[in-house]
Design a protein around this ligand. Structure first.
Ligand code: NDP
Length: 304
């Protein structure tokens, strides 16, 4: 068996086009200016973060969204960063605020940056990453306002690839606040942004303390790897015919590899996401989606 390769790049392009269309439609319906604006806050000079921010800005422009970047020096203080977030919260021309993580280890004063405090300070209506406690709480209760971009991208990818997880066993390897935890929560809900087929799963969260990870993974009809360890999921950890979603982005000898040993896995799985070109492009597409949603939520009057 050779797995179907799930083309995240193509699906992301489809979603980006829909977002651009939504901006146009809203502008037309409002009969007045509608300029969604996403601001990325970049602290320091980390090359990978700079590339991510640049890519997000480019994607914004293509979708009719204004993308701005605010830069702070590597030795900025916690207060400077908090003040900037506050200023952006109060600026009505800004609809989405994204603080690029990780924050540099060097800044933030003697004890370093308090990342949690910075994320908590973002106005929940502008929290397009959906990291604030309010948005996480709404997600937990099944009435999310913004969905976190990477797991939402995966829901879209499954839906648009006609893959149902309802009633199936999904194993999510990784329990981060950004990917693993919200992913598990979203697939265990009764409904999703894409309907009931990409929800209603029986979900297990695995992590570094899970005993016999191999057996756990082999019991998965759908295996989602969000670990950050290159090619940790080997072919013999995959149930024949399973769907494998590889969230990992790891740089090894100058090339990008996922958390799944792709060549082995594609001989066993029924469908698999490649790295690059799988989950990554969807994350940006869903960020654009959230920015337009944020701009609509912040309109002074309701949409017709
Ligand atoms: P974190 O480092 O925050 O979390 C990693 C998780 O994996 C932790 O829960 C950890 O367990 C678990 N883990 C680590 N080692 C093992 C192991 N040997 N066995 C089982 N579990 C293990 O990472 P993120 O969730 O932020 O990111 C995960 C990966 O996804 C990274 O490669 C990252 O670059 C990528 N990523 C990709 C995105 C995209 O758009 N495609 C977006 C975001 C992330 P424990 O909690 O016990 O420590």
């Amino acid at each position: 068996m050779t797995a179907e390769i799930l083309d995240g790049k193509r699906i992301a392009a489809e979603i980006r086009a829909e977002v651009a269309e939504e901006v146009e439609k809203t502008r037309f319906a409002l009969k007045r200016p509608f300029h969604p604006c996403l601001v990325a806050v970049l602290v320091g000079e980390d090359p990978a973060s700079q590339v991510y921010v640049r890519n997000k800005q480019r994607a914004c422009e293509k979708a009719g969204i204004e993308g701005r970047t605010h830069r702070l020096p590597v030795d900025a203080t916690q207060q400077q960063l908090m003040d900037l977030v506050q200023q952006l919260n109060e600026d009505p021309s800004v609809h989405g605020i994204l603080v690029q993580l990780p924050l540099p280890k060097t800044g933030g004063g003697d004890s370093g940056f308090d990342e949690r405090a910075v994320l908590d300070a973002i106005d929940p209506l502008k929290d397009v990453d959906a990291f604030s406690p309010v948005n996480v709480g709404l997600l937990m209760q099944g009435r999310a306002r913004f969905l976190p971009c990477t797991p939402h991208g995966i829901v879209q990818l499954l839906h648009r690839s006609q893959i149902s997880v309802a009633g199936k066993h999904v194993v999510v390897v990784g329990r981060s606040d950004i990917v693993g935890k919200p992913m598990a929560m979203m697939l265990a809900q009764r409904n999703s942004s894409c309907g009931r087929d990409v929800a209603n799963a029986t979900v297990t969260i695995a992590h570094s303390r899970t005993e016999d990870l191999g057996a756990m993974c082999r019991s998965a009809d759908c295996l989602i790897a969000a670990v950050g360890v290159p090619e940790m999921i080997q072919g013999d950890m995959i149930k024949p015919g399973a769907v494998v979603i590889d969230v990992g982005i790891n740089r090894v000898d100058g090339r990008l590899v996922g958390d799944v040993a792709f060549e082995q896995a594609k001989q066993v799985a029924s469908a698999i996401t490649p790295v690059p070109g799988g989950v990554g492009p969807l994350t940006i597409a869903m960020l654009l989606h959230n920015t337009v949603l944020a701009a609509k939520l912040q309109l002074p009057s309701t949409l017709p």
